[in-house]
Design a protein around this ligand. Structure first.
Ligand SMILES: [Cu+2]
Length: 138
């Protein structure tokens, strides 16, 4: 016996509903791919350095910092958190940012929307000169 048409309609509606659910799950995947691969990776070392010291990216790109050391570091571009105001520098219109404490193995990511030169430092090692620069091209 062929299936009852009404039942087929119900099944089709259920299938459409499932497809709808699939679609509604996509924004999650989309945001994952939006934050996919960073344009640059900077490592934070046991020798109190950001490596490489300077990276160049484009507006809208993300930079990722990996604490590949045994020490706690921060990625801080906020003059208010610096002992020396010159340790942090932001282009006009850019918001200050601070990773907070990054334990060994931790990763911090920041997206740069505003072009310009960003000078950042590590709070625990500011006096030791642990600083880096991100140049964001338009
Ligand atoms: Cu540090």
């Amino acid at each position: 016996m062929p299936q009852n048409p009404d039942r087929r309609t119900v099944l089709a509606a259920l299938a459409a509903g499932a497809a709808g659910l699939g679609l509604s799950a996509r924004p999650g995947l989309g945001s994952e791919s939006r934050s996919g691969k960073p344009a640059a990776v900077v490592r934070m070392s046991d020798t109190l350095k950001f490596m490489p010291q300077t990276v160049r990216v484009h507006a809208g790109d993300s930079v990722e910092w990996h604490n590949s050391s045994l020490l706690v570091h921060t990625v801080t571009a906020d003059p208010d958190l610096a002992a020396l105001p010159s340790s942090a520098q932001l282009p006009a219109g850019a918001k200050p940012f601070n990773s907070g404490n990054l334990e060994p193995g931790a990763v911090f990511r920041h997206r740069f929307a505003v072009p310009g030169t960003y000078k950042y430092f590590c709070i625990p090692h500011e006096a030791a000169g642990m600083s880096g620069t991100v140049v964001v091209l338009p």
